[in-house]
Design a protein around this ligand. Structure first.
Ligand code: DGJ
Length: 714
């Protein structure tokens, strides 16, 4: 029977979660989306709809009332990817989930409790409405209240189901080291597309984010996009499946590959959070919603967002050859440029002269730092900068004192070959003794020194995932417990040292996801710092993740990755579109470059609030042509900044005027170009002109770039 929202059963039209108890129906409402659930006559919880806000429509109308099972257990005729799959101690593997009860802990949260049809196996589906960001959060807790053990083989965070349509297209991120987070798009044909990581970390290869539109109808600025991001930094999986009925399901959570998680009677398992959103404003709006959500609800500084500092990092300048006198000389040159954090990267500890030794021995190398780190820190602080340091806690070189004293601390299958990668092994941080050792080591390092910034690296995949010391049936929990321990370590260290800004890194962007982002203030995007490649990598990063946390360094030329030479201006402007850093041989720079860097850093500080806390509009994509243009609009609209890059020029073609977005058509704006590339130069124009006509820019040749600061005048 059709029921309208105006019926007395659903009285509060402004509520985020509308409930009709007589129908066991719920509508989760954000500003522009509705997500409708109902329990059918057999007690099955069904997803009826996810899409544009129905706004008082017929929530239980027969036209869409069939829906599909919201969170199926694997049992009975379930052939789609299930939410839950398990084996009982007696070998029975069937699980049939039915509505049990529900509660609404607060106006934004709903918990629906499902139960196996026969036994006390419960699944709590947790929903949270993030109204302002057009997002919903899901997570699941599975409880074993039977008297026998069960082993979970799949416990997914949630299922997102899109309504049936003729064709759908999947957008995701793919790549490899130095080329991660690149745009990938493909039609969703009948069958299943699996995006996943089996590497114990998020991976360079794929990223736990998806966006789906109907048959390629959406573009950057328009069209319906359904999207989601999983907050998990270990093995994960997104199974994107087009069913016989033509709808699309995205089932996501911890990877089912090599997954077995025993639950003794009374135990439960909580899954990672899985966020999903809907917009009719194209990929751009999907990104802006996720960016705002991440800044205000996920990041460690979410309660009072802080601007990210300008960082100098030693890596690309000297690699492992850091020492006291060199760093002091470099610091002398960095401070006048306006650098705010001076960070030593790899090479400061143990016998760390290259990547073959020292990981695990977190004490200062006495040849490089005969007086410890103290004098460098003092020097850096006296110059007005904060001091930062690189660590890689999860790893050990076999050639280290730590490994020699605790060879049993590494992840391995006893008696089997074990792969080294970058000459290192992975510490089993799921072990309490290892975790405690690491906490004590770094707690001491951070307490003994005035360290205000930490770059936490992780330079290999996890292989041979053995956990000697636990029962064979518990061995595979390593995939889960490793990540939980990582989170716990980061949380404890952050709690003990609240003034440290943590940046995380995994050989560049090998561990970028909302789980790690909840614990680190920024992310090292990629080891590839060539600015042309970066335009594409940063484009991909910005699809789910906010520019504020996208660490981007200016490095020297020719580029260490591909030998390309670009101007200092080009490199600065690319890096200024995120969180700005420098990793260059400053002691070799000519005066004119130092002056230029000083100017650009001053400019960055003027616009960084707009870049870091504003809205991003990707006006021209590096994937579509020879121009990339990104515009940032400050919260409140007082300032905007336009960055434009010409990759190459042929046939003396000019780039078309760049039309701006997100401005008030009735307001007047002052244009402040950073150079002479803006046709017409500095002047005042209306928002309407900027949107309709746009700015003509005289970018010529290969690798030309410019920026225009746009200040609202009235
Ligand atoms: C990989 C990181 O991505 C680099 O920035 C650098 O920190 C090296 N590790 C150091 O070993």
């Amino acid at each position: 029977m059709a029921m309208t929202l105006g019926s007395p059963a659903l009285p509060d039209l402004s509520a985020r979660i509308l409930e009709d108890p007589s129908e066991k129906l719920w509508a989760l409402e954000t500003r522009s989306s509705s997500y409708v659930l109902r329990v059918d006559g057999n007690g099955v919880l069904r997803n009826l709809f996810w899409g544009a806000r129905l706004g008082g429509g017929d929530y239980a109308d027969a036209a869409f009332a069939a829906g599909s099972e919201e969170y199926p257990g694997w049992g009975g005729p379930v052939f789609v990817e299930a939410g839950l799959k398990l084996t009982r101690a007696d070998g029975v593997r069937d699980v049939v989930l039915r509505y049990h009860s529900h509660r609404q802990p607060d106006p934004d949260r709903l918990v629906i409790r499902l139960k196996d049809c026969n036994e006390e196996i419960f699944v709590n589906l947790h929903y949270r409405v993030f109204e302002d960001y057009d997002l919903l959060g899901k997570r699941v807790a599975v409880e074993n209240r039977t008297s026998q053990s069960i082993t979970l083989e799949s416990a997914q965070s949630g299922v997102w189901r899109l309504p049936p349509a003729d064709s759908y297209r999947l957008t995701h991120l793919a790549g490899h080291w130095g080329a991660e987070l690149r745009l990938a798009q493909q039609p969703i044909q009948p069958g299943m597309i699996v995006l996943d990581s089996r590497r114990g970390k998020t991976s360079h290869r794929a990223n736990p984010w998806f966006a789906i539109d109907e048959g390629g109808r959406a573009d950057e600025d328009r069209g319906e996009v359904w999207f989601g991001a999983l907050a998990w930094s270990g093995n994960w999986k997104l199974a994107v499946e087009r069913t016989d009925a033509g709808d699309v399901r995205v089932v996501g959570g911890m990877n089912t590959f090599d997954f077995a998680y025993p639950l003794a009677p009374g135990e439960s398992l909580e899954t990672p959070h899985f966020y999903g959103g809907y917009t009719s404003g194209g990929f751009g709006q999907a990104s802006r919603n996720l960016h705002r959500f991440t800044r205000n609800e996920v990041l460690p500084d979410r309660a009072s967002p802080q601007l990210r500092p300008v960082v100098y990092n030693s890596w690309y300048s000297v690699y492992f050859d850091v020492n006291e006198s060199l760093l002091k000389r470099v610091a002398d040159r960095a401070a006048p440029l306006g650098v705010e954090v001076f960070a030593i990267d790899d090479g400061w500890f143990g016998e760390r002269n290259d990547d073959t030794a020292g990981l695990g021995d977190w004490h200062t190398n006495p040849e490089k730092f005969p007086n410890g780190l103290g004098p460098v820190i003092e020097h850096v602080n006296n110059l007005g900068m904060k001091f930062g340091i690189w660590i890689e806690p999860e790893m050990v070189n076999p050639d280290s004192d730590l490994y020699r004293s605790h060879p049993d601390w590494v992840i391995n299958f006893p008696g089997r070959p074990r792969s080294e990668s970058r000459n290192q092994l992975v510490l089993n941080i799921a072990r309490e003794d290892v975790k405690e050792h690491l906490f004590q080591t770094f707690d001491k390092l951070f307490s003994d020194h005035k360290i205000e910034y930490v770059k936490w690296d992780m330079n290999r995949d996890i292989t041979e995932p053995g956990w000697p010391g636990v029962a064979p049936e518990a061995q595979r929990t390593l995939w889960v417990e490793y990540v939980r321990s990582l989170y716990e370590l980061l949380d404890r260290l952050r709690e003990s040292h609240p003034d440290i800004l943590f940046e995380t890194c995994s050989g560049g962007g090998g561990r970028v996801d909302l789980g790690i982002i909840a614990r680190s203030g920024q992310i090292w995007t990629s080891d590839n710092t060539d600015p042309l490649d970066r335009l594409k990598l940063q484009h991909g990063f910005s699809l789910p993740y906010p520019p504020k946390i996208m660490m981007s360094w200016v490095t020297d030329v020719p580029d260490s990755h591909n030998g390309r030479t670009t101007s200092l201006k080009y490199r600065f402007l690319v890096s200024m579109m995120g969180s700005l850093g420098l990793s260059v041989a400053l002691e070799k720079w000519p005066e004119e470059d130092l002056d230029y860097a000083q100017e650009m850093i001053a400019l960055y500080k003027e616009i960084r609030e707009t870049v870091q806390h504003g809205d991003l509009y990707r006006l021209a994509s590096p994937w579509q042509g020879e121009t990339t243009a990104n515009q940032y609009v400050a919260e409140g609209g007082g300032q905007s900044v336009l960055f434009v890059f010409r990759h190459s020029q042929q046939f003396r073609e000019r780039i078309p005027p760049i039309r701006l977005m997100g401005l008030d058509p009735n307001a007047s704006y002052l244009l402040r170009p950073i150079d002479d590339k803006l046709s017409g130069g500095a002047r005042a124009v209306s928002g309407a002109y900027l949107a309709a006509h746009g700015l003509a820019l005289d970018l010529v040749g290969d690798f030309d770039a410019t920026a225009v600061v746009i200040d609202r005048a009235n």
